[in-house]
Design a protein. Structure first.
Length: 335
C-alpha cells in the first residue's frame, strides 16, 4: 500500500490557508466537557439525590483505576501501531520514544494501591499496619489484585529489555484479571460478563493507545508519504474496534440494567448517570472519528485529519476517566 502526499491547497497563494472546522472542533469539545462534568467532579454529584451512599474511598479508587486503564492502553497501543507500521511498504524505521516503561511504572503503583484496598477488606487503609498482605492469597479478589501488580511489573521489565514485544503477555494477563475482577462469582453468569469485559477492555486499549501512538508516529515521520497510509490503516481497524466496544458495552449495560428500567436508572442512580455521561462522550468521540475519516479520504492534504484526531484523543481521555469512576460506583443496587 503506497500513498503519495498531494500538494497543499496553499501552493502558489503566498498565504497560509485559514484552518477550517475550528468552530466544529470547539463545539464538540464543549459538548465533551459538559458531559464530563459529573465524573470530573467526583462521585458526590453523581450520587446526589439518588438515595445511595458513597462507598469508602470511591474517589481514590476511581483515580487509581483511571491510571490503571491509561497505563494499560499506552503499551498496548504502541505494540498495535508498530505492527501496523511494519506492514506498510516504505515506512521509515524511526519510531517515537516508547512510553511503555513509564506506563508500566504508573500501572504498577495504581495496581499496588488497589491491592492495598483489597487487603483491608475493600476499605481505605489508615496505615500500613491495616494492610494484610498475606490475606491477599486467600481470596479471589486478592489473587487477581496481585496478578495485576505482577503483570505491570513484568510488562515494565519486558519494555526495557531487548524484546519489548514480550510485554504483550503480562499485559494480556492484566486484562484477563481485570475482566474477572469486574464480575464476582456471586453475579449472574459471571463468565459471560467477564467475556464481554475482556473484549471491551482489549478493544478500548487498542483504540485509545493506538490513536495516541499513531499521532506521535506521524509527527516523527513528518513529510513521509507513509504517514497518511498509517493513519488510514489505523482508521479502518478502529472502525471495527468501535463496533466491538459499542456492542459489548450495550450488552454489559443491559445485563446490569434490565430494558424496562434503563430510562429510570439513567437518571435515578449514580451508575446510570455516569453511564449516560460516558455514552454522550462516546457519541462525541465517534463524531470526531468520522470527521477525521472524511478528511483523510477527501481533503487535499490527508494529514489535516490529525486535527479532529487530536481532539478525539482528548475526548478519549475523558472516556477513560469516566470508565474509572464507573467501576468504583455501586452497580444499580441500593446500599
Amino acid at each position: 500500500m503506497t500513498l503519495t502526499r498531494p500538494p497543499s491547497r496553499t501552493t502558489g497563494t503566498g498565504r497560509h490557508a485559514r484552518p477550517t472546522g475550528t468552530g466544529r472542533t470547539v463545539a464538540v469539545l464543549v459538548l465533551v466537557v459538559l458531559a464530563a462534568l459529573i465524573p470530573v467532579l467526583g462521585p458526590s454529584p453523581a450520587l446526589h439525590g439518588t438515595g445511595e451512599a458513597e462507598a469508602p474511598g470511591t474517589g481514590g479508587i476511581a483515580l487509581l483505576r483511571t491510571v490503571l486503564f491509561t497505563a494499560l492502553s499506552v503499551p498496548v497501543g504502541e505494540l498495535f501501531v508498530n505492527r501496523l507500521a511494519r506492514s506498510l511498504p516504505g515506512a521509515p524505521p524511526q519510531r517515537p520514544r516508547s512510553w511503555a516503561p513509564y506506563a508500566a511504572a504508573a500501572g504498577f503503583v495504581a495496581a499496588l494501591g488497589l491491592a492495598s484496598v483489597v487487603a483491608t477488606g475493600n476499605l481505605v487503609p489508615d496505615s500500613a499496619a491495616d494492610i494484610d498482605v498475606g490475606g491477599l492469597y486467600s481470596t479471589r479478589d486478592g489473587k487477581l489484585a496481585l496478578l495485576e501488580v505482577n503483570g505491570f511489573l513484568a510488562a515494565g521489565l519486558c519494555a526495557t529489555s531487548r524484546r519489548p514485544g514480550l510485554q504483550v503477555w503480562p499485559l494480556a494477563a492484566v486484562i484477563v484479571a481485570e475482566a474477572l475482577r469486574a464480575h464476582p462469582t456471586t453475579e449472574y453468569s459471571p463468565l459471560l460478563g467477564s467475556g464481554l469485559t475482556l473484549v471491551h477492555l482489549t478493544c478500548a486499549s487498542l483504540w485509545v493507545g493506538g490513536l495516541l501512538y499513531a499521532l506521535r508516529t506521524l509527527r516523527t515521520w513528518r513529510e513521509a508519504a507513509a504517514g497518511p497510509a498509517l493513519l488510514g490503516l489505523y482508521a479502518r481497524v478502529a472502525a471495527v474496534l468501535l463496533a466491538a466496544i459499542t456492542a459489548t458495552g450495550m450488552c454489559s449495560s443491559l445485563r446490569r440494567m434490565p430494558p424496562g428500567t434503563i430510562v429510570d436508572q439513567l437518571t435515578d442512580t449514580a451508575y446510570g448517570r455516569v453511564l449516560l455521561a460516558k455514552v454522550i462522550l462516546m457519541v462525541a468521540v465517534a463524531a470526531l472519528a468520522l470527521w477525521a475519516r472524511i478528511r483523510l479520504g477527501r481533503a487535499a492534504d490527508p494529514l489535516t485529519a490529525c486535527v479532529p484526531a487530536r481532539a478525539e484523543v482528548a475526548a478519549l481521555g475523558f472516556v477513560v476517566a469516566v470508565s474509572g469512576l464507573l467501576t468504583a460506583l455501586p452497580v444499580p443496587i441500593r446500599w
